[in-house]
Design a protein around this ligand. Structure first.
Ligand code: GDP
Ligand code: MG
Length: 459
């Protein structure tokens, strides 16, 4: 079974560009045709497809590549940007009082997402009531109740599992949670689109008049995403999409079809089974991943443009997660940061790293840059590799050499120790490491071994 048809065929288009000898009108024509085929096969709406490929053709033929960018990179970039534009069609979910109805087929992650959303709003200071209107699955109420208890959201539903009228539960739940800021209604699914399901959620929507009607879509759903989204959209008017299980291997090509079909925006992605595994949607990241540009190799390509020749990005990324982190590494990082927010960009693009990235104070780092450079220039290679040996006399010697007070050298060491702590936390994050090891597998035997060790240890 091809799980990820769209992503695969889009990557095929990019490979086609990469493998071509020249970029001319013929190639662009051909690439657009392939793009159309890929998108249409994924049930992306015809008008949208034509508009997208029209833009690609127009821009590829008329826009000049940015300085230092090859014609191939230029066309690739345009396709990337147009796909991002296709997905960027709305605002994030607002943090305000509202009613949210979750719809979707079986096992897509509705109930889990209800819990995650409840947690999200509660963390933002809004009270939440969870309404369990899934009368189809036997233990649906208990699952929701468990989640509600965990995050501190009240749950309304039928603990006896006797009630067969989902609309009644939904209506009573709305009444019960009138004083809550946010009401989240979890609905039933089915294995396939069935008339009774469509009728049920239509009736629930009519009875509760939700502000947001969110389609929960498993990222593994490929070709079927379009028709599914279409059916739910016709039934309740989908206003947003949440793509779940983005922590898996699937790249979520179906989401593009769902978005194109419903014209609704993606509001969140689910990145794991835990309550906290809910991330705001980021179209750039999503498309990077879909096109396989989220791979470290792609990242490195993207970042290279803006780096000094002598900064080895690959090595830097490797070291960031290796657990070994020296003053020289910090120096390299800071040098890169001096050029631009590249480290931040890299960290932001890596799965699960956006949170970590927030913890690093980039601006402060940048302002200290030049001073630290001078200090480090007065250190020996060994001192930069093993900063723990820098004590007493060494501090004084370095300070004199750099012409700064000893306290500044100590500041630098303190900064180093803090960075080291962060890096060590990164390198201990299992999911993160595994992801990175996978991405680096092709080039680093140690990383590959590490991947096996981690996966072996997780059984
Ligand atoms: P529902 O039938 O639509 O309500 O789906 P559930 O919420 O019961 O989820 C079905 C399964 O998917 C459960 O085992 C969840 O733990 C799992 N699940 C939901 N969201 C995610 C996610 O983002 N990542 C992963 N790995 N699993 C998820
Ligand atoms: Mg459920």
């Amino acid at each position: 079974m091809v799980m990820d048809g769209l992503g695969k065929s889009l990557r095929g288009v990019l490979d086609r560009i990469k493998g071509s000898s020249t970029v001319d009108e013929d190639l662009i024509k051909e690439v657009c045709k392939e793009l159309q085929r890929a998108l249409l096969q994924a049930d992306v709406n015809v008008q949208l497809v034509l508009r997208l490929t029209g833009n690609v053709r127009e821009r590829a033929l008329n826009e000049k590549p940015a300085a230092g960018r090859s014609a191939k990179e230029h066309v690739t970039r345009i396709i990337y940007e147009e796909l991002v534009a296709l997905l960027k069609n709305g605002e994030p979910l607002e943090v305000k009082p509202q009613t949210i109805l979750l719809v979707g087929l079986y096992g897509q992650g509705k109930t889990t997402t209800a819990g995650k959303l409840a947690n999200y709003f509660i963390k933002k200071g809004l009270s939440v009531g969870l309404i369990g209107a899934d009368v189809y699955r036997p233990a649906a109420y208990d699952q929701l109740k468990q989640l509600g208890d965990k995050v501190g959201a009240e749950v309304f539903g039928d603990p006896t599992h006797q009630e067969k009228d989902a609309v009644k539960i939904a209506r009573e739940g709305m009444e019960r949670f009138r004083d809550k800021k946010v009401r989240i209604i979890d609905s039933s699914g089915r294995h396939a689109l069935e008339d009774d399901l469509i009728k049920e959620i239509t009736d629930i929507a009519d009875a509760t008049d939700p502000d947001e009607r969110i389609l929960v879509l498993d990222s593994q759903v490929g070709q079927q995403a379009g028709p599914q989204a279409d059916a739910f959209n016709k039934a309740v008017g989908v206003t947003g999409v949440i793509v779940t299980k983005m922590d898996g291997t699937s790249r979520g090509g179906g989401a593009l079809s769902a978005v194109a079909t419903t014209k609704a925006r993606i509001v969140f992605i689910g990145t794991g089974e835990h309550i906290r595994d809910l991330e705001p949607f980021d179209a750039d990241r999503f498309i990077s991943r879909l096109l396989g540009m989220g791979d470290l190799a792609g990242l490195v390509e993207m970042a290279k443009d803006s780096f000094d020749e002598d900064v080895d990005v690959e090595e830097m990324a490797r070291r960031m997660t290796s657990g070994k982190y020296t003053l020289s590494d910090m120096y390299t990082q800071m040098k890169a940061l001096g050029k631009m927010g590249t480290l931040q960009k890299i960290m932001g693009l890596l799965p699960g790293m956006s949170k970590m990235s927030d913890k690093i104070d980039y601006e402060a780092t940048q302002s200290r840059l030049s001073r630290y450079r001078i200090i480090m220039d007065s250190m020996t290679a060994r001192e930069k590799d093993e900063p723990s040996i820098i004590k007493g006399n060494r501090i004084d010697r370095i300070a004199v050499g750099a012409g700064v007070p000893a306290s500044e050298v100590r500041d630098l060491l303190k900064q180093y120790n803090n960075s080291k702590k962060t890096m060590s936390a990164v390198s201990k994050d299992r999911k993160m490491r595994r992801q990175l090891a996978k991405q680096m597998g092709g080039m680093d035997p140690d990383a590959l071994k590490e991947l096996k060790d981690i996966e072996g240890g997780e059984k």
